[in-house]
Write a protein that binds this ligand. Sequence first.
Ligand code: ZN
Length: 296
Amino acid sequence: MNAQELLTRIASLNVWKKGDQRAPHKPLLLLLALARINTDQPRLIPFSAIEGKLAKLLEDFGPSRASYYPELPFWHLQSDQIWDFPHTADVLTQSGSVSRKYLRDHQVQAGFTQEVYDLLKATPDLIEQAAMQLLEENFPPSMHQDILDEVGLDFEVIPQYSTQKRARRDPTFRRRVLEAYDYRCAICSFSVRMENTPIALEAAHIKWFQAGGPDIESNGLALCSLHHKLLDRGALAISNEHKIVVSEKANGHGGFQDWVLNFHGKLLLKPRQLAYAPKLEFTDWHIREVFQGKYG
Ligand SMILES: [Zn+2]
């Protein structure tokens, strides 16, 4: 296997699919495994060594769910031909589900195959490339550095890294969305320019580009950098009535009241045309798959 073949396999992971639900389990486990190689840890990882960390990553960066299942990617990555699970006996229960208790109690190990491990060890740049590819395919850019820091990969995000053949963003999306909101943050009205260039104002996707969200105005919001990040992390949501909802998990001191909590229950700025207002199918996806709180 060469570097390109590895990146292609990572790009075509078999992820569990149900409708347009997010499934960040395998990408987050792979990022953790890459971080371990980057710090010279052994190829095989005992489940108990990453169980807690992976569950926390799923909670912080995955959709809000009643339970998290770090054992699932640890087992199912085998089907992607880059993951080695040397001792599979007894891991599955009689009903065919993966026994988390067995993995934990018996110090069961898994990790990259020897071939992939050797390739990654011999090509340190490849660790960064694989990590950036996993991030770009699964998470919006505003989250990339946070995830790298959390998994323990100590490099800076490489902006616009992409080797993928997948559809690129429509380059006019940003301009159209900012115009729709008259170059103001739809939450706080922030609008600062240097000469004629807006600063820290971004076009956010409500339904993520990575989840197939289209580049159209009704899936976009002009947001300042802060509110963009809060929306992508699920600290904020947009209600069916286009009101701002703040997650009960969000908290803080300096600025929290003024920049976050005070907007709870307030209406979004209205766009120039009614047709540009956020569509229910997109705000609804965001509430189900991104928002970290209770809604409705
Ligand atoms: Zn704002």
